[in-house]
Design a protein around this ligand. Sequence first.
Ligand SMILES: [Zn+2]
Length: 479
Amino acid sequence: MFRYLPYVAGALLFCATPALADSDAPAPLAPAVQSFVRYSAPVIAIKHVRVIDGTGAAARESQTLVIKAGRIASVGPDAAAAVPAGAAAIDGTGRTIMPGLVGMHDHLFYLVGDQPVGHAMYVSFPRMYLAGGVTTIRTAGSMEPYADLNLKRAIDDGRVPGPHIDVSGPYISGPRSRLYMDIPRTPREVTEAVNYYADIGVTSFKAYAFVTKASLAALITAAHKRGIKVAGHLCSVTFHDAISLGIDSLEHGIEVATDFDAGKQPDICPAGKEHSETLRRLDIESEPVRRLIEELVSHHVANASTLAVYETGAPDRFPPQQRMLDSLDAQARLDYLATRNEILADKNNPSGELLKKEMRFERYFVKAGGLLMAGADPTGYGGSVAGFADQRNLELLVEAGFSPEQAIKIATANGAQFEGKLASIGTIATGKNADLVLIDGNPAANIADVEKVDTVFKDGIGYDSAKIFKAMEGQVGRQ
Ligand SMILES: [Zn+2]
């Protein structure tokens, strides 16, 4: 309960602040938000900066970008820039500006160790997504939809720092689901759940691994009637069947496709061990995989890449980053490290090999014209943490063979396109929201520079990334 007290305090302060008359002016920010703000001038000019615009185009050097009233007023070569008098200037020399990330699988809860229930992260995660450069998230399945909706309102009202949020409804699953999932049992109950949650503000849904085909069909039909898209982390239903039902996006790529499992029974999720053997044998270059990719693309089914959480399962990869370990509270760190040690000890762990396969699948999917997006998915056993994992995804997409500019497009414009928001976010262009990331470095030359975030602009307000991450040390797993 105590974790909600800051919101109450914020709300009281918010009410005591006189509203501004100008409707274009941003909502007044509560002190809890203001304390992380570095730039809030009404007009800001970032000069001599490198621009990676999110369209996949090559980085452009020596640009000037002007932010006015929360939007991008202009962007172009320094020499041609018309900087309004009185603009606050930021020297962008040696720096890069890119669109804010659109995290398409960015939960507001955190799973660590082998615990059956996620921890609600209503303090640390919204702040850390923002600090990591993520200015919009889709929660891709919710553990606590009411809290997610209330958090979204608190952020939109300027009471709490965080990204724009597309709140997903409760996971629609089936028998044997996880503890925190709502489990509508019949197609009729699914339809009722969709309408109820759509009425109270949910804007996306996700089906989970144990959903039946009949329930998935009801989910998609009811959601589409409300203009809402459906994502699926599938298992009991094959990709082929979900595509024919009209699903909008599939999460996690080929690793969760059960289309190739021999003896797959309708509505039954194959045992994990058998499925992993199937994946091990699966030839990504084979005709059946090529046909599945074609089917996904021709039905406009997007895919959300979650390479960062996959990587945490592979013993031959990474040591975990110090900044990630520093973000965990004592118990979460113990749980995380204990599970990691078990993974390291397992000589037959296939995760490294499967990660490489998933990377190849994603390359082929994009080559065939598929819409690939990206998200942190802070689950697994705790190594994927809000903000850090979104950045790590970009590095892994480049390792998969995408150019840095393509990887950035996947994590920005592609998510915005799927969300139907490309007119206002996702790329850098005049008139769009000033949702931007200012980086101390050049991700076009070295993608790991995406970790060097200086300032994250959301609606033209610049937040101090390092200050937020510092404030959240020891908080993940706790609040
Ligand atoms: Zn997930």
